[in-house]
Design a protein around this ligand. Structure first.
Ligand code: KDG
Ligand code: MG
Length: 402
């Protein structure tokens, strides 16, 4: 029987920080898992190195479900982003190994294709309305069928979701960058720029918007109502995810579809949102919600309630996670959309993948496993570079949700 012989954790910063797990079996087969938790990378690296790797050595890599249960139930202290990201890295690496051993891409092991390719949404942003409209035009001309629109709010420096240069990188500072926030200004401004996008481009593509946990339930209800005629594909994270009752109130007031889940980590975190049909899209990911094994479970539950998938896919998810997401997205019956932001060149020197983008759709070729290689030597050129995500403060100086 083949056993797990080695599990190594790499922390590197090829363009941004990534934590990568590589599991090697006694037959010399390797599998890769992403363990990146933006701004808290070393917590997951230590969880893996100090508490998980010793448990893996000698186990049968084919027993993915059993290893998942062992790491989850066996830890006693359950859930949470650090634990679930560490378990995800192991799970994804084991699916990679299973595919390589079988000589099949992971999506074949998951039941094969339900679709030919995976629709993604691009991130258009600007510092003001004209620059946002130029950016939207750029993505439309590149063939994207869905575009998320964000701009800074006038009079407030810096806001989530706005790119500086080619890539959006929110973890931008050695200590948190404290950014001002005014809900009143946002609520006045955001509907006007979303309207400007529809007025200029019509309904030629799906339009998305991320509220990034900034509103109270009644504010979110008002926002959703005020943009109903714009037919958003979704409004994302209207309120902080902890208060799930909030979604009930929002639902009572608006038909704008709701997406949430990028910071939720388990099926228990999304159970009520799904079973009470309080959301339309669940945004949990392979990397932060326990890997392929657990994400499939969440998506199957969602399918029962006509909730579709819309996995998080910002650049702080490594190319391993993007590939794993595409394998899952290709197979699940209730796929909705996949978030996609291209990684920078340094990142792609370290992670080589077979994921392709054409007409706003992702696909991958039939290499066994996930189809990703990690170049350890190249990664050594990019040492860890600690960075924090920003913190938002209201204009009176008090802390707001970022
Ligand atoms: O690390 C935080 C980012 O992944 C997050 O701010 C991006 O909200 C985000 C999104 O929808 O991509
Ligand atoms: Mg988001």
């Amino acid at each position: 029987m083949s056993t797990i012989e080695r599990a190594e954790v790499f922390v590197a910063s090829p363009g941004r920080n990534f934590v990568t797990l590589r599991i090697t079996t006694s037959d010399g087969v390797t599998g890769l898992g992403d363990a990146t938790l933006n701004g808290r990378e070393l917590a997951v690296a230590s969880y893996l190195r100090d508490h998980v790797v010793p448990l893996l050595i000698g186990r049968d890599p084919a027993r993915i479900e059993d290893i998942w249960q062992f790491l989850y139930r066996g830890a006693y202290w359950r859930r949470g982003p650090v634990t679930m990201t560490a378990i995800a890295a192991v799970d994804v690496a084991l699916w990679d190994i299973k595919g390589r051993v079988a000589g099949l891409p992971v999506y074949q092991l998951l039941g094969g294709r339900s679709r030919d390719a995976v629709m993604v949404y691009a991130h258009a942003s600007g510092t003001d309305v004209p620059s946002l409209l130029d950016d939207v035009a750029k993505f439309r001309d590149l063939g994207y069928q869905a575009i998320r629109a964000q701009t800074g709010v006038p009079g407030l420096g810096g806001s989530y979701g706005v790119r500086k240069g080619e890539v959006y990188e929110p973890a931008n500072s050695n200590l948190p960058d404290e950014q001002p926030w005014s809900t009143e200004a946002y609520l006045d401004f955001a509907p006007t720029y979303l309207r400007a996008v529809r007025e200029k481009f019509g309904s030629a593509f799906h339009l998305l918007h991320d509220v990034h946990h900034r509103l109270t339930p009644i504010e979110a209800a008002r926002f959703g109502k005020s943009v109903e005629d714009l037919r958003l594909f979704w409004m994302e994270d209207p309120t902080p995810a902890e208060n799930q009752e909030a979604f009930r109130l929002i639902r009572q007031h608006t038909t704008t579809p709701i997406a949430t889940g990028e910071i939720l980590n388990s099926i228990w975190d999304v159970k009520d949102l799904i079973t009470e049909q309080l959301i339309d899209y669940v945004r949990t990911t392979v990397v932060h919600a326990g890997g392929i094994t657990h994400l499939r479970r969440i998506f199957d539950l969602a399918a029962l309630y006509q909730v579709r998938t819309g996995s998080h896919g910002a650049t702080d998810l490594s190319p391993i996670s993007l590939a794993a997401a595409v394998h899952v997205d290709l197979t699940v019956p209730n796929f909705g959309i996949q978030e996609y932001m291209p990684h920078v060149e340094q990142t792609m020197q370290v992670f080589r993948t077979n994921v392709t983008l054409e007409n706003g759709m992702l696909d991958l070729s039939d290499e066994p496993g996930l189809g990703v290689e990690y170049d350890e030597k190249a990664a050594e050129r990019y040492p860890y570079d600690p960075k924090y995500l920003p913190v938002a403060r209201r204009l009176d100086g008090s802390v707001h949700d970022w």
